[in-house]
Ligand binder design. Sequence first.
Ligand SMILES: [Zn+2]
Length: 207
Amino acid sequence: MPDGKRTGHKPHGGPDYTPDASGWVGAARRVPSPNFDERPAGMPVDLVVLHNISLPPGQFGSGNIEAFFQNRLDPDRHPFFATIHQVQVSAHFLVTREGELVQFVSCAQRAWHAGLSDFFGRARCNDFSIGIEIEGCDDLPFTPAQYDTVAGLVRALLQAYPIGAIAGHSDIAPGRKTDPGPHFDWDRFARLADVPPDLLPYRPSRD
Ligand SMILES: [Zn+2]
């Protein structure tokens, strides 16, 4: 994407979510996850993947997501946890229901969020993407604070990395994943984040 597409952006209020040179966002609460490794050498970071997550599903604010990404989810706390507590996953970011930004993995590293995935013929999307989990589920609307934070973060990522597209997990793992789900308002997000329509390649097929 030419740089010119991203110049002249309007000033916005809210925190500055620009990552530093090592890929960490100073305005985020840092909760380091051990579930990451190196991106392939020379691989540009050119995709943002949006997800939703809640643990247990449909319940918010428990701290279980952070525990899950730090491999300390208690399998006795919920029957669902017993099925997933040994799975090692992460994302770069989580946006809580209150709009708080949490960072688990440096943007310079490969977080383990996409799994088996394909973006226009490019497999292993973790190699070249930044994963943002939005606390929520497929059955409930997201909060206004979450849209503000996701948009602010994506605006900053567009400035920092050669992002060529923003996709949902369901777009890169169709048939396997459904998040961020039908309640995620892509138009609202794109407007708030100043995302040009051509950076949302899957949008026309959502109708
Ligand atoms: Zn997902």
